[in-house]
Design a protein around this ligand. Structure first.
Ligand SMILES: N[C@@H](CCC(=O)N[C@@H](CS)C(=O)NCC(=O)O)C(=O)O
Length: 220
């Protein structure tokens, strides 16, 4: 059967693309990647040929286009149930889904001030980290600690083994590192676990080779 194709944007910048990539790659689902570059007219034309939403990521599978990072992850969890994309226990799964939904629709303060930009030198924003972003970081640390306390035994990730919740938070982890935002020891250990995965390292290595600059995602 043909492998699914995950259509993504520039690896250096596309935080939404990184999420389903991490979920599929860490679960061991075989898939191909196709990249459509931001910032040129071809992007709009190409992406609209496969999805009327006009945004990446999109998963192409069995003649269908599934768009939106969280919808792709849910589709993958249903399509490859043995891969353990969500945690096994119903209690952990409910918390993981809440955490995933929270990042999907929230944390605007941090996301707006600190766009994902893997090649940016690791240093704080010149004007300092805005209050709204710091408030989001405090919430992140609380949430991650709650998940780890309740379900983190057996591995370094939010629910022990890597799950969709970690995939959804992977771009935020990169932002904490890139913008040198101070965090506690527990948070740092979690960040190291995500940044140390082979899947993330491979994505980042490709991202660092990309020569293209997207000015709106370059924050000083
Ligand atoms: N909520 C969507 C957001 C997708 C999104 O905003 N994608 C951005 C890239 S990270 C995009 O395609 N931008 C291109 C554009 O706006 O033209 C998801 O979860 O997939």
């Amino acid at each position: 059967m043909a492998k699914p194709v995950l259509v993504v944007g520039n690896k250096n910048y596309s935080s939404w693309s990184l999420r389903p990539y991490m979920a599929l790659a860490m679960a061991g689902v075989p898939f191909e990647l196709k990249m459509i570059r931001f910032g040129e007219p071809r992007f709009g034309r190409e992406i609209r040929k496969i999805s009327s939403a006009g945004l990446v990521p999109v998963l192409l599978h069995k003649g269908q286009a599934i768009w939106d990072s969280l919808a792709i992850i849910e589709y993958a969890a249903e399509t490859w149930p043995s891969k353990g994309i969500w945690p096994k226990s119903a209690k952990a799964r409910a918390l993981a889904r809440s955490a995933a939904a929270e990042i999907h629709s929230g944390f605007r303060g941090l996301r707006d001030a600190c766009p994902m930009n893997l090649r940016r030198p690791h240093r704080p924003l010149k004007g300092g980290t805005p209050q709204a972003a710091l408030k989001d970081v405090a919430r992140l640390e609380q949430l991650w600690s709650d998940c780890r306390k309740a379900h983190g035994r057996g591995g370094p990730f939010l629910f022990g083994a890597f799950s969709a919740a970690d995939a959804m938070y992977a771009p935020v982890v990169t932002r904490l590192e890139t913008y040198a935002i101070p965090v506690g020891k527990e948070t740092k250990a979690y960040m190291d676990a995500v940044l140390g995965t082979e899947a993330f390292k491979a994505w980042k290595a490709d991202g660092l080779k990309e020569p293209w600059i997207v000015p709106e995602d370059e924050a000083d």
